[in-house]
Design a protein around this ligand. Structure first.
Ligand SMILES: NC(=O)c1ccc[n+]([C@@H]2O[C@H](COP(=O)([O-])OP(=O)(O)OC[C@H]3O[C@@H](n4cnc5c(N)ncnc54)[C@H](OP(=O)(O)O)[C@@H]3O)[C@@H](O)[C@H]2O)c1
Length: 290
């Protein structure tokens, strides 16, 4: 299948491309230099020229804190970009796989969030991603929106890489212990999206919004502990630094974060046959590659 991939140099984009050959997908891989998704003309022209059978949007403005002072840029990438892709997909009569975030929820819940549950983003990143989702739904029937969370990988900048670096540099670390979510390996998310691609290629038309993330909720503190323990096991750090649990208020950041952003992934399992991923297992792969 010929797939137009945006955001090809990001964590998800790179992991998707790593799997292209074995999954028999031909990617027209583009990042911002080849295709700026905020340009409606550029998107329309490339889709017309390349004639893909499907689009995966892995491009996003993901700098959660910076977004608070760059609303227009975040909105352009996270909302106008997907709408440009959805419009071009509608003209071409092809589906769009779009990726969104747990940060569309306010995190005041206590049970895993369902895809259809009320959203109420707390910050600019979540707000602009939510705007993107809404516009994709308006513009294009043939859409699959997959919300994910706490993405880490061997690529780009992410929490796992930061904790590993700090674990090498410091004897003590303080990490927030009162925000809960589900870590997700970008490689597992790529696998999940490729299952959807294959399903669509085989004629399945299960359009809608789904959740895919790691299977065991934890706090950032719990996640950091798991990263450091795995790094120690693999000999990437000499000793475990002392890990202190702190509260959100002890580490003020520009963007507010949901306290509880655990998502219910059951519809992804029942419709597409992909359950939540085992992030602890995947952490072994990531640490080994770093
Ligand atoms: N990272 C997370 O923790 C997380 C959590 C929940 C959901 N998600 C969602 O998961 C998806 C993949 O995230 P990720 O972690 O792979 O993101 P990422 O590593 O930040 O990659 C995003 C990519 O999009 C590119 N991009 C930015 N603006 C663009 C534009 N105008 N046109 C084309 N490309 C552009 C970036 O290029 P530059 O490097 O040049 O900017 C980057 O290569 C996104 O939809 C994100 O919202 C991520």
């Amino acid at each position: 299948m010929k797939v137009l991939l945006t955001g090809a140099n990001g964590q998800l984009g790179r992991c998707l491309q790593d799997r292209a050959e074995q999954e028999r997908v031909t990617f027209i891989a583009t990042d911002r230099q080849e295709l700026d998704i905020t340009s409606e003309t550029a998107v329309a022209e490339l889709v017309l020229k390349e004639q893909p059978q499907l689009i995966i949007n892995a491009a996003a403005y993901t700098a959660v804190d910076k977004a608070e002072s760059e609303y227009e840029t975040a909105l352009a990438v996270n909302a106008n970009g997907p709408v440009n892709l959805a419009k071009a997909a509608a003209v071409a009569g092809i589906p769009l796989l779009h990726v969104s975030t747990d940060y569309v929820f306010d995190g005041n819940g206590t049970e895993p969030y369902l895809p259809e549950q009320q959203t109420s983003p707390l910050g600019v990143y979540g707000e602009t991603k939510w705007a993107g989702e809404k516009m994709v739904r308006q513009q294009l029937d043939k859409h699959v929106i997959v919300r994910t969370a706490w993405v880490v990988s061997e690529y780009g900048n992410n929490f796992a890489k930061t904790i590993l670096r700090l674990g090498k540099e410091r004897d003590e670390l303080s990490v927030i212990a009162d925000q809960y979510g589900c870590p997700t390996y970008a490689g597992d998310l790529a696998d999940a999206l490729l299952v959807v691609v294959k399903g669509i290629s085989a004629g399945r038309q299960e359009w809608g919004t789904f959740h895919h993330c790691g299977d065991q909720p934890t706090s950032w503190h719990g996640f950091a502990r798991a990263i450091l323990a795995e790094a120690k096991t693999q000999g990437k750090i000499e000793s475990m630094p002392k890990l202190y649990a702190i509260k959100t208020e002890d580490y003020p950041l520009p963007a507010p974060r949901p306290t509880y952003s655990v998502m219910d992934c059951n519809s992804m399992l029942s419709i597409w046959g992909v359950g939540p991923s085992n992030w602890r297992n995947s952490l072994k792969t990531i640490i080994a590659k770093l």
